[in-house]
Design a protein around this ligand. Structure first.
Ligand SMILES: *[C@@H]1O[C@H](CO)[C@@H](O)[C@H](O)[C@H]1NC(C)=O
Ligand SMILES: *[C@@H]1O[C@H](CO)[C@@H](O)[C@H](O)[C@H]1NC(C)=O
Ligand SMILES: *[C@@H]1O[C@H](CO)[C@@H](O)[C@H](O)[C@H]1NC(C)=O
Ligand SMILES: *[C@@H]1O[C@H](CO)[C@@H](O)[C@H](O)[C@H]1NC(C)=O
Ligand SMILES: *[C@@H]1O[C@H](CO)[C@@H](O)[C@H](O)[C@H]1NC(C)=O
Ligand SMILES: *[C@@H]1O[C@H](CO)[C@@H](O)[C@H](O)[C@H]1NC(C)=O
Ligand SMILES: *[C@@H]1O[C@H](CO)[C@@H](O)[C@H](O)[C@H]1NC(C)=O
Length: 722
């Protein structure tokens, strides 16, 4: 599909430039840096180019008062102009009081977003800036789906959300493009200041600096339509293309999830039945999003929590024998699960819960004689221990969230685990409040997926919030901070405290005496990971990560082309983060004790043949850079929500699971051009004629009808992508 898109883009780029004589600067916009369409089962969200929102005069919105111009359509400043505007807007000005103006404006073509000039600090009391909803994942909530609660009854993110349904779930009329490169931004700023800044007498005349941008989506409507159309489209193209490369118009959001089993995983030949074991699943989500989905790193939404889990895993990895012995005796195991797509109605955990019901989690049946990890069922999971939003606690206080009803049925063991968690936190100077009233409900967490699958799975959610999120930038472009040394030190302490709690609870669960060795967390590692994953501009910028990489990422993707830090899950697995996390997990839990004599990548990979239990990875140590063959039981697994997975037609569009999909889109470059002193419509006419003429030469591929640019299904049904 990619290569097909590339062809379209190439042709588009070369031939669609209808007004090149006026264009004086073209800025390349990377994939994912503009707003495009996404869908759930019933709605479409995001942006789409139309004739109304492609071209506009560049204006600036630098401060709150400038939004007044949006209401008056800058008429006082540009009396002669009655076209549309592209507003240059720092992301921090998107807020509750401004969003409706942006949404409803009659004269806005779009917004050119850029990073806010004043950096945010993690504990800053800023106004709400979460791009998520009042109730994240409200539609896939366990309590809602099991009719224990109304839709969105507990508004846990209402302090942070900019709009009730969230900016990711908004259908915009305008387009949006994000400018990351400071060079590009200054070109736009200069163009604006040269031509569009009012003269002394308050108005300004032609020529103006104008901008055009166009992102055309292939799909329209909602996931259901998109899915159906996708299938017929695929059939159509299968007939024409022998290559098997079927161009898609939309696709299910999916990505890699990581599962790591440190303790002796109960295993069996595929044809044997096995006695069941019990599990505690330690989990943390991998994904975040923002209004423009793919430019969100999710520092507090994702990364700090992941670091605490990696730190706990690393401690376990240095003491594997102890843990294995205890697990073998108690028949209780812990394993790590990093789920992806959790912020979009639990894509990863929903798929995992589904697979558990089908005996194929974490592995499918391979050959009868091959030993595999024994299938895990939801009813074998005693606890889902999840950590969220670590690093921003107020008053050094944490909370553990359980489901009151389930807790009441089995208090003793849960109380013991909570006591361990409390001790772990206390040992680092943090407090824990246990929320265990019988009416207590679990906030949005992966637990919901497993709760739907089995009535006994318990939750242990460790987080610094009680009834409402304190951090007001969950799932936001602004979840990206400037950390002072003090803030960083406190966050590192919190991560360490939480990692200690995870270890203490896990040890208690498997029946291991919690001593200083077992619950010892490597603080230096946490500090390093904090610098590498959060402070650094890219995943592989710091020495530790460069060594861990050992030039592998480069080989994997040919270049550091995917060099943006993003934790968004899209329809193509093209972000580096799953790879980064996979390697970190192997570093944490992999062992070369049995493979010290293995000296090459080839012999290392041979070890993995004919068995499914262990993986052998030729990976460098992040400390020395020396490669060795690491044995582990870690899988990186693509999870597709059963509701949109073509291989599970019986669950199609079942809203028990996530129905999120994404449109394939064609993104054009940003063009800056001069609007001449003829009337705007006249210029536009010339452009239109020129563009039409040129598209004829371009084998008709760039004309408007090429793309599905309309809003509804009937027209979408009529369109043809090629
Ligand atoms: C899709 O999103 C809309 C808007 O947030 C929501 O009202 C609706 O319930 C969602 N549908 C599903 C199936 O999740
Ligand atoms: C404003 O000044 C410009 C030149 O600086 C002039 O061309 C224009 O006529 C003036 N407009 C008014 C309304 O005075
Ligand atoms: C399974 O359980 C039964 C009874 O509890 C026991 O006799 C048997 O040895 C167990 N098998 C394995 C493989 O652990
Ligand atoms: C687990 O314990 C049994 C005996 O209790 C032993 O035979 C087996 O080797 C042990 N397995 C591991 C992985 O330690
Ligand atoms: C499972 O398959 C293996 C190899 O084919 C065979 O040796 C073994 O007897 C089978 N076990 C059962 C329980 O069928
Ligand atoms: C309570 O939980 C423990 C550990 O999770 C489990 O072994 C036990 O069977 C549970 N008891 C009941 C009554 O569910
Ligand atoms: C790493 O490899 C180099 C060269 O093979 C070797 O000299 C060095 O001792 C190794 N370092 C460690 C810590 O094993």
């Amino acid at each position: 599909m990619k290569s097909w898109l590339a062809i379209v883009l190439l042709i588009g780029g070369v031939r669609c430039d209808g007004f090149s004589d006026q264009v004086f600067k073209t800025l390349y916009i990377g994939e994912g840096n503009a707003c495009y369409r996404t869908f759930n089962k019933t709605h479409e969200f995001g942006c789409q180019a139309t004739k109304e929102n492609e071209n506009g005069l560049i204006v600036r919105i630098d401060k709150q008062e400038d939004f007044e111009n949006l209401e008056s359509c800058w008429r006082a400043l540009y009396p002669a102009f009655n076209g549309k505007f592209w507003a240059l807007l720092p992301v921090n000005l998107i807020g509750r009081n401004t969003i409706s103006l942006l949404k409803s404006s009659e004269c806005l073509a779009g917004v050119i977003l850029y990073n806010s000039p004043q950096p945010q600090h993690p504990e800053e009391e800023i106004t709400s800036a979460s791009h998520d909803a009042d109730c994240p994942n409200a539609a896939s909530d366990y309590y809602f789906q099991n009719k224990k609660e109304e839709y969105c009854e507990r508004k846990i993110n209402s302090g942070g959300s900019i709009t009730r349904d969230g900016l990711m779930r908004t259908d915009w009329r305008i387009q949006m493009v994000f400018i990351d490169k400071s060079d590009d931004l200054s070109v736009i700023e200069r163009c604006h200041s040269l031509f569009n800044i009012p003269k002394e007498n308050g108005t300004t005349g032609y020529p103006y600096c104008g901008m055009s941008f166009r992102l055309a989506n292939m799909a329209a409507g909602n996931s259901e339509i998109c899915n159906r159309r996708g299938k017929s489209e695929a059939k159509l193209f299968q007939a024409n293309f022998d290559s098997g490369e079927v161009p898609q118009i939309c696709g299910a959001m999916h990505s890699d999830n990581i599962f790591a089993f440190p303790t002796p995983i109960p295993s069996s030949r595929s044809n044997e039945t096995m006695n069941s074991s019990k599990y505690m699943m330690i989990t943390s989500r991998m994904d975040s999003f923002g209004m423009i989905p793919e430019i969100s790193v999710g520092e507090v939404s994702v990364l700090t929590s992941i670091i605490s889990v990696i730190a706990a895993a690393r401690s376990m990895g240095t003491q594997l024998e102890k843990w294995q012995k205890a697990s073998n005796e108690s028949n209780k195991n812990v394993f790590f699960a990093f789920f992806n797509g959790e912020s979009l109605d639990y894509i990863g955990s929903g798929a995992a819960a589904y697979q558990m019901g089908k005996d194929i989690f974490p592995q499918r049946k391979i050959r009868p004689d091959i030993v595999r990890i024994h299938p895990i069922h939801a009813n074998e999971i005693d606890y889902v221990l999840e950590v969220q939003q670590i690093g921003v606690s107020k008053g050094r206080k944490y909370y553990v969230h359980v489901d009151g009803e389930r807790y009441d049925k089995n208090k003793t063991s849960t109380n013991k685990l909570m006591d361990r968690i409390e001790r772990g936190l206390r040992s680092h100077g943090f407090d824990l409040e246990k929320l265990t009233d019988s009416g207590t409900r679990v906030p949005p967490a992966s637990w919901h997926s497993f709760a739907k699958a089995d009535p006994t799975v318990q939750s242990l959610l460790i987080a610094p919030f009680k009834e409402e999120y304190e951090y007001r930038r969950i799932n936001s472009i602004l979840d990206k901070n400037q950390w002072t040394n003090d803030e960083k030190e406190k966050a590192i302490q919190e991560i360490e405290a939480v990692a200690t709690s995870i270890l203490a609870a896990s040890a208690d669960y498997v029946g291991l005496e919690t001593d200083d060795v077992v619950a010892k967390v490597d603080k230096a590692l946490i500090a390093t990971l904090f610098d590498c994953l959060i402070v650094s501009n890219f995943w592989f910028d710091c020495d530790f990560m460069k060594k861990l990489d050992g030039d592998r990422y480069h080989k994997l993707f040919n270049s550091y082309g995917f060099n943006e830090k993003s934790t968004y899950i899209s329809m193509e697995t093209h972000t580096a983060f799953p790879t980064v996390l996979h390697w970190l997990t192997i570093f944490a839990l992999g062992s070369d004790k049995e493979t010290l004599n293995v000296k090459s990548e080839t012999s290392c990979s041979h070890l993995g043949e004919f068995q499914a239990m262990y993986t052998y990875t030729w990976q460098p140590s992040p400390y020395t850079g020396n490669f060795s063959c690491l044995k582990s039981s870690i899988g990186k697994k693509v999870m597709v929500s059963p509701a949109v997975d073509p291989y599970t037609p019986e669950e199609e569009m079942n809203t028990r699971y996530s129905t999120w999909m994404e449109s394939v889109y064609v993104i054009e470059s940003v063009n800056l051009y001069l609007m001449e002193d003829t009337s705007f419509e006249y210029t536009m006419l010339i452009i239109a004629v020129l563009s039409a003429l040129l598209s004829m030469f371009a084998v008709g591929r760039c004309s408007e009808s090429t793309f599905i640019v309309d809003e509804g299904e009937p027209a979408a049904e009529g369109g043809e992508p090629l």
